[in-house]
Design a protein around this ligand. Structure first.
Ligand SMILES: Cc1cc2nc3c(=O)[nH]c(=O)nc-3n(C[C@H](O)[C@H](O)[C@H](O)COP(=O)(O)OP(=O)(O)OC[C@H]3O[C@@H](n4cnc5c(N)ncnc54)[C@H](O)[C@@H]3O)c2cc1C
Length: 419
């Protein structure tokens, strides 16, 4: 990619976060480029066929209540797709439509392998920004000089197509590409739920119709319901009892949509959920799998702390979430107790110019893991970048009108919901 013009903003990843923050930046007078290693909405395209969005879509934008799954203030998956709970493929179609509608520049088939601060002097030509003056620690371009030589500004991305320089970078590469596949010894004998393309096909191919799912939150229950719908009998183990727990923050309890689906299959007598089970190890035997577990902390068990063993004929499924890693940019985002440290504008505290967008964003203990949460940070990032590069950011007011602009981080405490 060497030799191409240096963009103002390069966004890594063309998922919900990358496309959404890309549109927010492109509403300003900025040169924005999205790089994607696969295709637009690749993670959604890889969802199991039967999986649906748990957050409902509704075309409520005209009342200032933007569709919960929209990534821009002016679009609605419900309106584009004519459905309330889109499949992964449908949602990827919506993202493609957003890219086309906003004329966003997305280059697919480019993997970003590292991002670093530029060192040394940089000389480049930039016609559009000749008249701008940076106001916030960014590049200062004065007068009408088109050729500028600057020291140590901007970032360099190493990509599969060569190096690329960019003034600012937003990392929006998601969690789906890094499933947590080693939560206990022997987990390599299991199959992570994110690696299954269809529950129906999975059930058809197996020699037995008995399954064990380890993990009982959204993905685990989705797998269990999908398999029961395909005629299988499923046992679900979880350390807690997510199917009973209740709370106001949908990131921490099962969604109403999932509880409804659970309720629907309860009468089949082919779904068994067991809480308080901490799986310690899985062993592959000749023609079955042995699962060793102990009672999880806080749960009583007739055998005390004893290890229980059960056997299952099919490869156990693990719904253990995603690895806490930002891959190639991990070192730019230090962590405290596992939580990524960010500035108030979602920038790396150690690498200025590098921002984070998407479900890994967290502030004050609140995870922004749903689209309707993390999208409210898109205009904050765009505003910071726009001001830094000296452009008018007034166009972002549209996000405020549509309740998609979250600056005051004190207002997202989960315990504020009493209902
Ligand atoms: C199974 C599952 C179900 C979910 N259901 C919901 C739901 O119902 N509602 C909701 O609001 N949220 C849901 N979420 C949470 C969240 O909305 C999704 O995780 C969403 O995909 C996050 O968007 P993203 O853009 O950050 O990541 P992704 O959609 O994963 O996009 C990241 C993109 O970056 C690309 N990429 C990765 N690394 C690189 C690289 N080095 N170089 C170039 N490109 C790269 C990937 O190919 C991918 O296209 C769900 C999450 C999961 C995992």
């Amino acid at each position: 990619m060497s030799g191409t013009r240096r963009p103002d903003v390069t966004i890594v990843g063309a998922g919900a976060a990358g496309i959404g923050v890309g549109v927010a930046c492109s509403m300003l007078d900025l040169d924005v480029r999205v790089l994607e290693r696969d295709c637009i909405g690749a993670s959604f395209r890889a969802w199991p066929e039967e999986m649906r969005f748990i957050t409902p879509s509704f075309p409520s934008n005209s009342f200032g209540l933007t569709d919960l799954n929209a990534v821009t203030p002016d679009t609605s998956p419900a309106y584009t797709l004519d459905c309330e709970h889109p499949s992964g493929d449908e949602y990827a179609d919506y993202l493609e439509a957003v890219v086309e509608f906003h004329g966003l520049s997305v280059t697919t088939g480019v993997e970003v392998r590292s991002v670093d601060r530029l060192t040394g002097d940089v000389t480049h030509h930039d016609e559009r920004r000749d008249q701008r003056t940076a106001v916030d620690g960014g590049t200062t371009l004065e007068g009408d000089a088109a050729e500028t030589t600057r020291g140590k500004t901007g970032l360099v991305l190493e990509t599969s197509e060569g190096p690329l320089e960019s003034e600012q970078v937003v990392w929006a590469a998601g969690q789906f590409p890094t499933p947590l596949t080693d939560p206990f010894p022997g987990a390599d004998h299991c199959l992570h739920t994110s690696q299954v393309s269809s529950w129906r096909t999975h059930a058809e191919r197996a020699e037995s119709d008995e399954y064990l799912v380890i993990g009982g939150y959204e993905s685990g229950i989705d797998a269990a319901v999908g398999l029961v719908d395909a005629g299988a009998t499923v046992r679900v183990f979880d350390r807690g009892e997510p199917w009973i727990e209740r709370g106001p923050d949908p990131s921490e309890v099962l969604s109403p949509y999932t509880l409804e689906r659970l309720q629907r299959v309860v009468d089949t007598d082919r779904l068994f959920v067991e809480g308080g089970v901490s799986v310690e190890r899985v062993e592959r035997l000749e023609d079955e799998y042995a699962i060793y577990s102990r009672p999880a902390g806080g749960f009583e068990h007739p055998d005390g702390e004893a290890v229980s063993t059960i056997r299952t004929p099919t490869r156990p499924l693990i719904a253990t979430g995603f690895a806490p890693t930002l891959g190639p940019v991990e070192s730019h985002f230090p962590r405290t107790d596992g939580t990524i440290e960010l500035t108030d504008t979602d920038e790396s505290p150690t690498t200025p110019g590098l921002f984070l967008a998407g479900p890994d964003v967290a502030h004050n203990g609140v995870k922004f893991c749903f689209i309707y949460k993390f999208r409210a940070r898109f205009p904050v990032i765009a505003d910071t970048i726009g001001r830094r590069l000296g452009v008018d950011t007034g166009a972002l007011e549209r996000y405020r009108e549509q309740n998609m602009y979250l600056e005051d981080l004190s207002c997202c405490e989960p315990e504020l919901c009493d209902c």
